[in-house]
Design a protein around this ligand. Structure first.
Ligand code: F6R
Length: 608
């Protein structure tokens, strides 16, 4: 996590750095800092707290003069959020300054060695090791010093570096943390992610692992770790710059919830050709699809929840066995991937460290890896054998909504495609499903427009301590996501349970007034769910139900019912999640939480 930026050019650097950091705050926001080279020295300002503290301290950058600088917004890994631990970090005589995104895994060993050589550490960060190491190896040639430290460091890093005796140069280097650079009118920029530079350029270079960039005002050169020059071509970014603005909504999260109908449409429409599903980017022949024996889905957080939903869809529709695993578990459990296993990794950012590592592990074990990714050109998108993009556009709020919804659509399309090719879905059945798919955007919109009802209900539960979400089958997968939405932004403890599992221990936590949100979208499971709801209700729970229109029987067992429109049973998640997202959002608002930037979180989890 953490976001880094850098600028070298003809303009004042500080305002550009602050502006870039404001677009990267989603990567971390517990402290921020900038360093600018001015005449013969480097000036630095950094502070604990949000970027606005830094903006105030520097009068929006006007107190720092100079046209070469680097900046950082932090998500603490080593050392608590504090002024001292905030980046940038200096070497001992303030002649080298760096910003870092990533983790240096062998920093303790390096720190001990450096301490023996007389280096003193003033922060608790792993980053400070890097700048002292640079100082140790530096003898007037920045490129050489950078390559030397690369041989010594283990772990992940994206770095921005300034050497005060090379005031017309800015260095950047990357290993396993994202980094892009771009040429602008009268200068060059570097950043962790595209939105930070979009205002200045649409042509960016994706820096690959172990590549070094040397920038001057007019030039940009790339080198390998052996100091060999590399030729690179730029990529044009097509995003709409306004997509990353709030556009009149109070929060990005609300705006992004409202963008779900579009995200859903944009994800399915290019892949529907008449009544056929065509996923060109799959690059799999019918024979390839027929020979899939198993699907292994790997992801983190909400993307994992989308994967859990799709297990029911792939198995139910295409009759392919599916295993779903958390990327952080998968990568260390020596997974058994046999020939015939298709590995699908799902990620909004395309940079999640565990998911990326799982992808690499799967490729190393000889599996074909399909990435379902939102951010174009991200590491996962580039490293997967094939990539199927979710066209949700930039997602800024830390809690995902529209990217999750788009992931579901991509997974439905894949399952439908596989089912057709494998002869498990007739043309007639497919046509009906396609009609249901096309109806989803309007149905989602209708549910969003019902937000006042959800808000009124949420206001009754602002003081809740524990909330349980229960469901069976796909409804369990929906519960997982509903529960995560609530807890991550409102800080109310919540748990999702497979409804039948509750009485194997957890039911002892139900007491008078405990809210139990029950999801019932699967007709074949209605009766079983109603029994589970009655069980908790007789123990004092207040039961909220999310169910299909027409299932009025549920009113016997629930205290409050939210109805969702009829759809294909495999698509129910796309509708049932909407009131649950709104519920989490309004509870968080009612409790005065910062919904777009919940405490301790970051949007892009680039450390494991
Ligand atoms: C929750 C949320 C996270 C992400 C997870 C994976 O609202 O957004 O749980 O889903 O960190 O991130 P990506 O999809 O970027 O790999």
């Amino acid at each position: 996590m953490c976001g880094i930026v850098g600028y070298i050019g003809n303009r004042q650097a500080a305002p550009i750095l602050l502006d870039g950091l404001s677009k990267l705050e989603y990567r971390g926001y517990d402290s921020a800092g900038i360093a600018v080279h001015s005449v013969d020295k480097i000036n630095m300002v950094k502070s604990k707290g949000r970027l606005k503290v830094l903006e105030e301290l520097t009068h929006n950058g006007s107190t720092l003069n100079g046209t070469v600088g680097i900046g950082h917004t932090r998500w603490a890994t080593h050392g608590s959020p504090s002024d001292q631990n905030a980046h940038p970090h200096f070497n001992k005589n303030n002649s080298i300054v760096i910003v870092h995104n990533g983790i240096i895994e062998n920093y303790l060993k390096l720190k001990k060695k450096l301490e023996k050589k007389g280096y003193e550490f003033i922060s608790e960060t792993d980053t400070e090791v890097i700048v002292h190491l640079l100082d140790y190896y530096y003898s007037g040639n920045p490129l050489q010093a950078v390559t030397k430290i690369m041989h010594r460091m283990e772990g992940s890093y994206a770095l921005g570096i300034i050497f005060s005796d090379h005031p017309n140069e800015l260095y950047a280097v990357r290993k396993d943390s994202p980094l892009i650079v771009g040429k602008t009118e009268g200068g060059n920029v570097v950043a962790s992610d595209v939105p930070a530079v979009l205002k200045y350029t649409r042509n960016v270079y994706f820096v690959e692992n172990e590549e070094i960039v040397r920038m001057t005002r007019d030039e940009m050169e790339f080198f390998t770790v052996d100091e060999e020059p590399i030729e690179k071509t730029s990529v044009e970014i097509e995003w709409d710059i306004n997509a990353a603005e709030k556009g009149g909504y109070e929060h990005f999260m609300l705006k992004e919830m409202y963008e779900q109908p579009k995200a859903i449409t944009d994800t399915f429409s290019p892949r529907l050709k008449g009544q056929d599903i065509v996923i060109e980017e799959l690059n799999m022949s019918d024979q390839d699809i027929k020979s899939i024996e198993k699907i292994m889905i790997v992801a983190c957080g909400s993307a994992y929840h989308a994967g859990v939903t799709s297990k029911y869809v792939f198995e139910g529709l295409a009759k392919i066995p599916v295993e779903v695993d958390l990327a952080s578990e998968f990568r260390y459990r020596n997974p058994l991937l046999r020939e015939g296993t298709l590995v699908i990794v799902i990620s909004q950012s395309g940079e999640t460290a565990d998911t990326l590592a799982a992808l690499r592990e799967a490729k190393e074990l000889g599996s074909r890896v399909l990435g379902i990714v939102n951010v174009v050109g991200s590491s996962i998108a580039r490293e997967a054998d094939n990539v199927m993009y979710t066209w949700a556009g930039p997602e800024i709020a830390v809690a995902t909504t529209k990217a999750y919804s788009a992931q579901l659509i991509a997974l439905y399309l894949l399952a439908m495609k596989f089912a057709c090719v494998r002869g498990e879905l007739t043309d007639h059945e497919l046509a009906a499903m396609v009609e249901d798919l096309k109806a989803l955007p309007a149905q989602v919109e209708m549910l969003l427009n019902n937000k006042n009802k959800i808000q009124r209900f949420a206001n009754r539960y602002l003081a809740a301590k524990d909330v349980f979400f229960i469901g069976r089958g796909i409804d369990y997968a929906i519960s997982l996501e509903g529960s995560l939405k609530l807890k991550e932004i409102s800080y109310i403890h919540s748990e999702a349970y497979a409804a039948g599992e509750l009485k194997h221990g957890t039911i002892s936590l139900i007491e008078e007034g405990t809210l139990v949100a029950s999801v019932l979208t699967q007709k074949q499971l209605y009766k079983k769910m109603i029994s589970n709801m009655v069980e908790v209700r007789t123990r004092g729970a207040f039961v909220l139900a999310v169910t299909n229109e027409g299932n009025v029987e549920v009113e016997r067992a629930a205290d409050y019912v939210i109805y969702i429109p009829e759809t294909n049973k495999y698509f129910a998640n796309s509708l049932a999640i909407i009131p649950l997202q709104l519920f989490g959002y309004y509870i968080a608002i009612g409790r005065g939480c910062d919904v777009d930037k919940p405490r301790n979180l970051a949007k892009s989890v680039t450390v494991e």
